[in-house]
Design a protein around this ligand. Sequence first.
Ligand SMILES: Cc1cc2nc3c(=O)[nH]c(=O)nc-3n(C[C@H](O)[C@H](O)[C@H](O)COP(=O)(O)OP(=O)(O)OC[C@H]3O[C@@H](n4cnc5c(N)ncnc54)[C@H](O)[C@@H]3O)c2cc1C
Length: 386
Amino acid sequence: MDFQLSEEQRLLQQTVRDFADRECKPLAALWDREARVPDDRVIRQMIEMGLVGMCLPPQYGGGGQDLLTAIVAIEQLARISPLCAAAVFESNVGPVRVIEFFGTPEQKQRYIPRVCRGEMQISVGMTEAEAGSALTDLRTRATKVAGGWRVDGRKVFCTGGGHSEAYMVYCRFDEKAGARGIGALLIEKDTPGLSFGKQEQFMGMRGFPGCDLIFDGCVVPDENLIVAAGGFGSLMQCFDIERCGNATMALGIASGALEVAAAYAMERKTFGKPIAERQAIQMLIADMATRVDAARLLVYRAAVGSQSGFPSIRETSMAKVFANETAKAVTDMAMEVLGGYGYTTDFPIERMLRDSRGWPLAGGTLQIQKILIAATVFGRTFDQRK
Ligand SMILES: Cc1cc2nc3c(=O)[nH]c(=O)nc-3n(C[C@H](O)[C@H](O)[C@H](O)COP(=O)(O)OP(=O)(O)OC[C@H]3O[C@@H](n4cnc5c(N)ncnc54)[C@H](O)[C@@H]3O)c2cc1C
């Protein structure tokens, strides 16, 4: 078993790290305070560096890299702030992958090059007020009309809502209950009948737009059908790529918090000595470092396992649970290391702590991931409705 990154991956890691320190670090607090998306100038540089769409197929303008390589880049950006990694995340592990895996050649040609050029961000609209963890209860209806589909319903908590150029919308296509009636349509932002609710004010992840998608007689042509009814399993399989990305955002937060805490501990003196010399602080730092490394190994394992297509449910869910819990624990420990200063906005720890709380909720809660893990241990599924 080889635990080393390739020479190219190490070079990319260092390049992205330097870029994040130079271009994102000075602005991360401002973007958080003003809840604004990263500057266009920064996004353009990421496109020029080949980070946007780096995993997408080269024939559609992508970089043709594997998932692990994108994960390495996302971690380095998320180390400063997950917001810095948003464009790289969406274009490599987001719903555009559904088009790559299940779209027709025409659909791929229509959308993937635009994503790679940074002209189109695609968000996912799955969750509804009565269908969060119980996603297969979703009720947004797609009704057949001449030449297309009429969509009616409402999605909640859509990250990128109102900002992204297109939405992968999970719909119920016929009267069949549960998963069997579910498929997905791609709906562009300016389609008549689509409007947006108020922007959510989250505790963290500020700068990630998020709102309801409201569909009222919204008609899209037949060619926007990406996954037909009955394809819910395929959608979830592909969503495990996004869950690996979610775990990487959490990993990035945790490794960033560790760096800040370690640097602070070497500078801050109490009773005439740097606190790094106190064993109590060393124990905290050692625990943080061990958890970060363990989370990284689980995330990398899940990503490497996707080489043959999709990452496994078990490895992805383990990576997500552990990385999500690590980010919460490590930012909390980092705040202890910084004492009162960690609680101020002069240091990034309070922002990292707030951000760490969002990722365990987005992409499926910890409890739901643990149910999936348990199913692989017991070798059977547990029907939550019976
Ligand atoms: C920051 C953020 C970003 C998001 N981005 C998106 C997005 O881009 N697109 C999108 O579609 N959605 C998005 N979501 C929605 C997210 O996927 C849901 O919030 C999540 O799946 C949980 O659903 P819920 O909030 O309805 O909680 P509920 O399903 O109501 O769950 C409430 C609690 O009950 C637990 N629970 C539920 N069922 C069970 C069970 N059977 N066994 C044990 N425990 C259970 C849950 O784990 C949780 O602790 C986002 C959410 C957040 C917070």
